[in-house]
Design a binder for this molecule. Structure first.
Ligand code: FES
Length: 147
């Protein structure tokens, strides 16, 4: 085999390997977009966006307003001082869906009367564990809720 023939054959094989390598890595790395779940926790992290100009989210334009996102089990509220906050919507006692009491600036459980402050800390039981809190970021009228 002459040197020129050898380089042509190796060159073709190398190019083929590069293409195959790209296919392999593209398949592995693109699992549908978004953030990857924690391997120790197979549930997908909370990360969604709502437009607070549109119904039913426009209740969040008013201090004391709140919205429960049942798909993510998150309650989003606008505090009396105008901060947009988000915590898990299920009471840590027996998983009853919470409400936000704007006049008291706290999360209230109609199940057995537990109350949580705006950070999710228990104010009174029977619940003993705090609510999980989420980050919020407002850009125009788009509100992102994420971990
Ligand atoms: S379920 Fe909330 S206090 Fe019992």
């Amino acid at each position: 085999m002459e040197r020129k023939d050898f380089i042509e054959q190796v060159g073709m094989s190398g190019a083929a390997l590069l293409v195959m390598g790209c296919f392999g890595s593209c398949t592995k790395s693109d699992g549908g977009g978004g953030s990857s779940p924690n391997p120790s926790n197979p549930t997908k992290p909370v990360d969604f966006t709502i437009n607070i100009s549109n119904s039913p989210f426009n209740v969040l334009q008013n201090n004391g307003g709140f919205y429960v996102d049942t798909a993510n089990n998150v309650i989003i509220a606008k505090t009396t001082s105008g901060m947009l906050i988000a915590v898990s919507s299920l009471c840590t006692h027996q998983s009853v869906t919470l409400e936000f009491q704007g006049n008291n600036n706290r999360f209230y459980c109609p199940g057995h009367g537990s109350n949580f402050n705006t950070a999710g800390t228990v104010l009174n039981g029977p619940a003993t564990a705090p609510l999980k809190s989420f980050k919020t970021a407002l850009s125009g009228s788009l509100l992102r809720i994420y971990e």
